[in-house]
Design a protein around this ligand. Structure first.
Ligand code: ZN
Length: 339
């Protein structure tokens, strides 16, 4: 199998002048582990290039693009209580989006089987008109739109397993039946959106699926959500392409979250997604703040992309998750009779 990998030293130059959980050491930890395990050498590097205005503006207002560009004139800005910029941030943000666009194009074109984009800054909180929650441009949403506008894919499934709900991605495709947004996230929690009854609007009703659950969920519960909700809906939707908003902040030990996913759990979720879209699957890094957990989880995901079998994970799902998944099924059944 051929797996593409996006990584660029310029992602490391985006940094805050104070201690911030979203710091360059995150990417260095992941990259270092993949290198030491000999996995980077098995991948084909896909260079990151700056996303063009036209690509960004399929999702974002031109005013937001201009605002992010303008941050390059300042040593430091705080765009919201969580979101900082430095002089190198605007370029890193464009490279993250552009790198993911190109990686997805390579996979959609059959030149790569699948891929993993090790990106900073992350993207899924970024809205059409404002940066938010460490995010400047919504990398995954921009890449989905690029796949559609090039004709490389019509129907796209976005799976967001970051600890947090991807409000920016949900809003980007709220009324769009050609992009199915599925998210698992701690709830109620930042950013506040993502309740089970948020199912999309207009022609997009049923094309937003939110598994909003309390803290403490682990491998068994996440895999149960995949088996009971995501995979049945995914098979009916029959996407041409799958992009994962791959946050590792639902990992056990993450300082921001209360979930308990193991590296094996992340690997097993990756393996389950391979049955959709003929395996055309790209993971794009979002959050994740425990350096050991994110490095080991990224390794587990990449091993699966490279062709290793999904790691075994075991354990019955507690009734709390079962009842919650019953609620998700009830909310989605009108749109997905196969549930
Ligand atoms: Zn997150």
């Amino acid at each position: 199998m051929k797996t593409g990998l996006v990584f660029d030293e310029r992602f490391l130059r985006h940094r805050a002048p104070y201690a911030h959980p979203e710091h360059p050491g995150r990417l260095e930890a992941i990259d270092g582990r993949l290198e030491r395990e000999g996995l980077k050498a098995l991948c084909r590097g896909v260079p990151a290039r700056p996303a063009k205005d036209e690509e960004l503006e399929r999702i974002h207002d031109s005013r937001l693009v201009a605002l992010v560009d303008e941050t390059a004139q300042h040593d430091f800005l705080q765009l919201d209580p969580d979101t900082y910029t430095c002089r190198d941030t605007a370029l890193a943000a464009r490279l993250a989006a552009g790198g993911l666009v190109d990686l997805c194009a390579e996979v959609a074109g059959g030149r790569l089987d699948n891929g993993f984009a090790l990106l900073r800054p992350p993207g899924h909180h970024a809205e059409a008109d404002r940066p938010m929650g460490f995010c400047l441009f919504n990398n995954v949403a921009v890449a989905a739109k690029a796949l559609q506008s090039s004709g490389a894919a019509k129907k796209i499934l976005i799976v967001d397993w970051d600890l947090h709900h991807g409000n920016g991605t949900q809003n980007s495709f709220w009324e769009d039946p050609s992009v199915l947004y599925f998210s698992t996230h701690q709830f109620p929690f930042y950013p506040g959106s993502g309740a089970i009854d948020e199912v999309g609007g207009g022609a997009g009703r049923g094309f937003t699926v939110n598994v909003a659950w309390g803290e403490g969920m682990g491998d068994a519960e996440y895999l149960d959500a995949f088996d009971r909700v995501l995979l049945p809906i995914g098979r009916s939707f029959a996407p041409d392409f799958v992009i994962v908003s791959c946050g590792f902040d639902a990992a056990d030990g993450d300082p921001l979250g209360g979930m308990r996913l193991s590296p094996a759990g992340y690997g097993a979720m990756t393996a389950k997604l391979q049955e959709l879209a003929g395996g055309r699957l790209v993971l794009a890094l979002e959050g994740g703040y425990d350096l050991n957990a994110i490095a080991r989880s990224a390794e587990a995901c990449l091993r699966v992309l490279l062709g290793e079998p999904g790691p075994p994970v075991a354990g019955p799902s507690p009734s709390r998750a079962r009842r919650l998944l019953d609620d998700v099924v009830r909310a989605q059944k009108p749109f997905w009779p196969s549930l």
